[in-house]
Design a protein around this ligand. Structure first.
Ligand code: CAA
Length: 389
């Protein structure tokens, strides 16, 4: 038998601010239930002027290092599609802030919202080679669409950090995975833009097709049957998307898509996303945290994980929840990260959205706003300067 590999610890962080969708609905002149019920989003996390993916990634990772130390963390993989530099890996900016080991390889990964899953799978591969190694995987994103567009209510932000090890305390991954990649233009962000471009309806259809194709491949590879899973954890660009994709998957397999059964399979995975919004690479793992924090006892149960990154790559994988997992959860800290956000008024939200990064090389101090553990203090000489608070 091979040593089980998987998620040993999981911690998330989000931004200082949040915007209630009722505020956005009023501005856009639509019924707020279009957002609350139609897309299933009530609030979205919004970054303060002195926050970015590095500050939220550091805040997510720090508690993991505090609990488990840094021994044998020989690889750090940070997945993001809202990186702060085209060359240097974002995790190197937080290296000194949170005390990552020097004897480690530190790399940034990108494939839209799929990048976090790439990190998790690469980590599992490294640990299979040497089970004494531990890998820190961080997924961090700030989702930003153009103002006054259909994508705007699906913004959000969060970072999830996971310690991936042999004999994990939370979720042991099955070695089998289903894969599907296809070159399409459903959502992308050219280098010269800070906001994503999206073909909304195409992206929804592409997501559903990719999830189904990844499932088909998962079965071809000898994966479990649909009926074996206690819950289905989907990437959530908005929470309704998980419901849509699951209904599509069930119907494509000739199952009846009973509303109560879908709620039982998905509901607990959406609690955090509903109030955080899309966190791209982190979203699937925020869904997992939500399920573990809010679901019934899942000891010994199989979970399905469905990752989708536009462009596009999908992966259907699975795992078994470990006995005693509840002692390792961070439910209280997770709930506090969400409830401690400061609610924004529309004007300040818009100002933050429209603000641009300094690019002239001069010294720019950032307004002190966030009350989170780390902040971007200044940009000077084209260098980003971070500090602990
Ligand atoms: N009360 C209740 N429900 C209402 C309502 C009301 N008053 N008004 C409208 N609704 C419902 C609609 O009936 C609809 O429900 P269904 O989907 O079940 O039909 C829902 O609210 C949304 O309404 P629309 O379809 O009219 O919404 P829209 O066209 O304005 O926006 C969207 C939808 C195009 C998906 C938009 O949110 C968007 O562009 N999002 C960004 C792209 C995205 O998230 N794509 C997802 C797949 S890609 C991916 O997953 C990668 C990633 O992270 C980006």
């Amino acid at each position: 038998t091979t040593t089980p590999v998987g998620i040993h610890d999981l911690s998330f962080a989000t931004t200082h601010y949040a915007l209630d969708h009722a505020v956005l609905a009023q501005r856009l002149g639509v019924d707020r239930d279009k957002f609350y019920l139609g897309i299933g989003q009530e609030k979205m996390s919004v970054a303060a002027a002195d926050e970015d993916i590095v500050t939220i990634a550091a805040a997510a990772a720090k508690p993991i290092l505090e609990r488990h130390g840094t021994d044998n963390i020989r690889t750090v993989l940070l997945a993001t599609e809202t990186g702060v530099d085209q060359s240097k890996a974002a995790a190197l900016y937080l290296h000194s802030l949170i005390g990552l080991p020097n004897a480690a390889r530190v790399v940034e990964l990108k494939q839209a919202c799929y990048g976090g899953t790439a990190g998790l799978q690469f980590a599992a591969g490294l640990i299979a080679r040497d089970p004494s190694q531990r890998v820190l995987v961080i997924a961090a994103d700030i989702a930003k669409y153009e103002l006054d567009t259909p994508g705007e209510p699906t913004q959000g932000a969060a970072a999830v950090a996971m310690l991936v090890t042999a004999d994990p305390a939370i979720l042991a991954l099955d070695p089998v995975s289903g894969l599907y990649s296809a070159d399409i233009m459903d959502f992308w962000r050219p280098n010269y833009r800070t906001e994503a471009i999206v073909d909304g309806k195409t992206s929804v259809n592409a997501y559903q097709k990719a999830a189904q194709e990844a499932w088909t491949d998962y079965r071809r590879q000898g994966g479990r049957e649909l009926g074996e899973f206690a819950a289905f954890c989907y990437h959530q660009p908005f929470t309704k998307m998980a419901y849509k994709a699951h209904r599509h998957l069930l119907e494509s397999q000739g199952h009846t898509a009973d509303t109560d059964a879908i709620e039982a399979a998905i509901g607990a995975t959406t609690t955090y996303n509903r109030t955080v919004g899309n966190s791209y690479t982190a979203s699937l793992y925020l869904g997992l945290a939500s399920l573990l924090d809010h679901g019934d006892d899942l000891t010994g149960k199989a979970l399905a994980m469905i990752s989708y990154g536009s462009g596009s790559v999908a992966e259907f994988f699975s795992g078994t929840v470990q006995s005693g997992y509840r002692e390792h959860l961070r439910t209280e800290a997770n709930l506090a990260a969400i409830s401690s956000r400061e609610l924004l008024g529309y004007e300040r939200y818009r100002e933050l959205h429209e603000a641009t990064s300094p690019s002239d090389g001069a010294y720019h101090a950032m307004v002190e706003e966030t009350r989170r553990p780390y902040r971007l203090a200044a940009v000077s000489g084209h260098k980003r300067i971070y500090e602990s608070r």
